[in-house]
Ligand binder design. Sequence first.
Ligand code: 5GP
Ligand code: MN
Length: 326
Amino acid sequence: MNKQFSALNKIFDSKQSFVITTHVNPDGDAIGSEVALALMLKNKGKKVTIVNQSETPDHLLFLTKLFPVRAYSSKYNNLILECDCFCVVDTNSPKRFSAMADVVAKSEALKICIDHHLEQEAFADLYVIDTDVPATCELLYKIFQSRTSHVITKPIAEALYTGIMTDTASFRFPKTDSETHRIVADLFMYGIDQYKLYQQVYESGPINKLWLLGKALESIQIHHNGKVAAMILPRQIFKETKTTEADVDNFTSYVLSIKNVVVGLVFVELQDGVKVSFRSKGNISVNNLAKQFSGGGHKNASGARLKNISFDDAIKKVLSATASYV
Ligand code: 5GP
Ligand code: MN
């Protein structure tokens, strides 16, 4: 990793203009990583723009007050084509920023990828990927600490903390270890208000999100001798509760909370396909299951988007493929 860190630091020092992006439907780790990296580069006098395929969800908008996050449209193409360095954080798959993938491929900018997911795809000149860390923000903390001068400020610490808190589900997921806690302890030294950050992410939602959760919990089905639980969210549920798929946040923890269930699935009917979230306990590699549907992610947490298939057929197909994993 030291070799990659030093290559990355050379790029941060030598290039002048940077465009940063992340995956579709960004989470706290995605936006936190972008904002932390953008602030570090801006503080070094670099020109930096964050452009994302998706809008920032409401519960993360506070991070965009630390650094603006733009929604992609073709008016950003020139910026992507002309920047010195294009940085992708928290994903290593161009499919996950598909709206701008073509223009990124055409751009002669140096492309770098900072991430913690398995099975990187070919698009970047430099990959800094650590699949052992629970959050890209933890990797970024290590990158920042590897620089010769001190770069972490309070806003950077706030962005990093948000990413680590959300991607570990508040320090509960298996990859959370003593190093994660040591890093977070260090972030406290920069004066972050962890309770305020927690409240902004988890205690500032609209009532509609709870109505959606209520219907989502009622939809849970048990399959494969009690080992698989599936939450089913057709478009109708979003209409009834005046919510969108961006409001399906952390619902996966409920499907895994059931005794004897080892694989949890959440099906969301999209305007143009089906989003499936895969979660597992222990040694079950749901990233391989997600791969069967052109998705991916981590061993215990993966996702996929299915196109050109009805909602019911997608559910049937995924449930049937799940059988051999349990
Ligand atoms: P979620 O189910 O919460 O959207 O995603 C779980 C994990 O799988 C995340 O780490 C996410 O980055 C990854 N993931 C989600 N959807 C996709 C997808 O369509 N393709 C790939 N390669 N990874 C995904
Ligand atoms: Mn992440």
